[in-house]
Design a protein around this ligand. Sequence first.
Ligand code: DC
Length: 234
Amino acid sequence: MRLEKSKLLPLKKIIIAIDGFSSCGKSTLARQLAAKLDYVFIDSGAMYRAVTLYLIQRGIDHRDAAAVEAVLPQIYIHFERQASGNLTFLNGEAVEQQIRQTQVSDLVSPVATLSAVRRMLVQQQQKLGESKGIIMDGRDIGTVVFPRAELKIFLTATTTTRAERRYLELQQKGTPADIDWVRHNLEERDRIDSTRADSPLRQASDAVVIDNTNLKPEEQLAMVMALARMRIGS
Ligand code: DC
């Protein structure tokens, strides 16, 4: 029996939250899932990076919380979908390359501790998820941004594995980096992200934990796709 398209029930759209430590492959997994499910993918870390870039460009010291808060209304971040993935825009300018540079990586965790910055970005992130059908990765997505997300994944891997992956990624992009600096930067970001007072990196109690140290990307994708299909009900 063939079902006419008009008689098929529309698939339920859900929210998928992916949290975890730095360089666990959260964005790669989120991007792959979004392509498979035809969902929107949002890298929330890119938003914290864009704010950090803005502060650097304007010479604003992130330790001056009042000065940072004063300029937040001047920051507009949006994403544009391209075949190669999402591009991040800061006040209309494409900044995808710039937000990945070491200068931004070094400062983004302290900037992400600022409550005013978090309030502004969490509000925008929740707006992006209003019509569901979204996969967002970050540190507080399952705990703060979308505490009622239908599927929450918490990714982890050993520090050595994560540092090696990040180093290779930077090399492939032609960004000069030193493996010791990469490891130090990872550890430092994890420490700041996990110990900050406002929305620290935590595993949500209802998250599915995946340690991908010894998993191939396709194995991980198959595991999460199976979970997503269960939650979507297809
Ligand atoms: O995922 P990333 O490495 O691009 O994130 C950059 C920084 O932003 C990271 O140090 C933690 C912070 N961040 C956060 O505090 N909350 C999020 N939802 C996403 C990122």
